[in-house]
Write a protein that binds this ligand. Structure first.
Ligand code: FES
Ligand SMILES: [Fe+2]
Length: 330
């Protein structure tokens, strides 16, 4: 670990978000910064999403700068060679023969999953195949009729995913940063790549500065609810609250993260509440959570990572979290 840099942590391995799946339509070509490298994404005319390394195996042109989708391939802007979803050449426009070496996968491709409204990509520096799956979350695939409108948010943040994730167990920052009571954990389970925490918390939308004036009026009473937070690696986090007033509503939020490089990340959040609280406390909760992140951002973007922090009793299970997270760098 290089202690002279602000964020000395390497990029973890796992499933991470590339983009919203609606942002890649048939025929689209995009270049994405992902895990400290560039990835070219395209969607074939038949609708299959493909992720490849940017440089053409022929003479090295960047496929994301002028490449075009042609049928089920991407056509290079330089000499027009076409490459399919497996990285094999399907056409050389000025030759009857495709070189043998290009009939095998010559262009590097990356494993993709289209799930939960996102395009997810597997990243592992050592090129090991995935050893866990992205969870399928019903509410962001086929929500039943009790769920209300979908709200989406996107944040670019100048720090790494571990620092962002550690926030959840950092109990002592809630009163100072969010001006809210801390969230004492009542239960934590860490099993392999999966982590689940349950915490009782006092919600007070009418007193929360992250909630707009208008939405604050929608709910004036404090209430206690249970936060259940589940993580699958550092790429996918699901938050649920149930039994919300006044009529026993539910809240669900999915956070899909992207390591852009060692010091930059993107979080994409999706939230919805059940229709029975949509026009009341539901709006205030969504507002408070979506804006509450802006309290943390200036701290994250300026702090350094402390490998051996000096901790005290009330700090929360930071070391336990760090033991769990260390598996994603191995
Ligand atoms: S560099 Fe891509 S076709 Fe020549
Ligand atoms: Fe926070």
């Amino acid at each position: 670990m290089d202690i002279n840099v602000r964020i000395p942590l390497p990029i973890p391995h796992g499933w991470f978000g590339l983009c919203w799946n609606k942002d890649l339509e048939a025929g689209d070509v995009k270049t994405i910064n992902f895990c400290d490298q560039e990835i070219v994404l395209f969607r074939t005319e038949e609708g299959k999403a493909v992720a490849t390394s940017p440089f053409c195996p022929h003479l090295g042109a960047h496929l994301g700068k002028g490449g075009k989708v042609k049928g089920s391939s991407i056509q290079c802007p330089f000499h027009g060679w076409c490459w399919d979803a497996e990285g094999k050449c399907t056409e050389v426009p000025y030759s009857d023969q495709i070189p043998k070496a290009a009939l095998k996968p010559a262009l590097e491709t990356f494993l993709l999953e289209e799930i939960n409204g996102m395009l997810m990509c597997w990243h592992d520096k050592k090129n090991r195949p995935p050893y866990f799956e992205v969870p399928h979350i019903e509410e962001f695939n086929q929500p039943d009729k009790n769920w209300g409108e979908l709200f989406t948010f996107e944040y670019k943040i100048g720090t790494c995913l571990q620092e962002i994730a550690e926030n959840d167990v950092d109990q002592a920052h809630f009163p100072t940063v969010h001006l809210s009571p801390s969230l004492p954990e009542t239960d934590t389970e860490q099993k392999g790549i999966y982590r689940k925490t349950v915490a009782e918390t006092l919600m007070d939308p009418s007193n929360n500065e992250s909630v707009s004036e208008e939405n604050r009026k929608l709910y004036k009473d404090q209430f206690v609810t249970t936060f259940t937070r589940e993580s699958w690696g550092l790429g996918t986090v699901l938050l649920r609250m149930n039994n919300l007033p006044p009529s026993g509503g539910e809240f669900v939020m999915l956070n899909v993260s992207t390591p852009v490089d060692r010091e930059n990340s993107i979080l994409r959040w999706q939230m919805r509440v059940t229709k029975n609280i949509e026009d009341e406390v539901g709006k205030a909760i969504i507002d408070g959570i979506a804006n509450g992140l802006y309290d943390d951002i200036p701290i994250w973007e300026n702090k350094t990572y402390r490998e051996k922090p000096v901790l005290c009793d009330g700090d929360g299970p930071i070391n336990k979290f760090r033991i769990w997270v260390s598996q994603f760098y191995k």
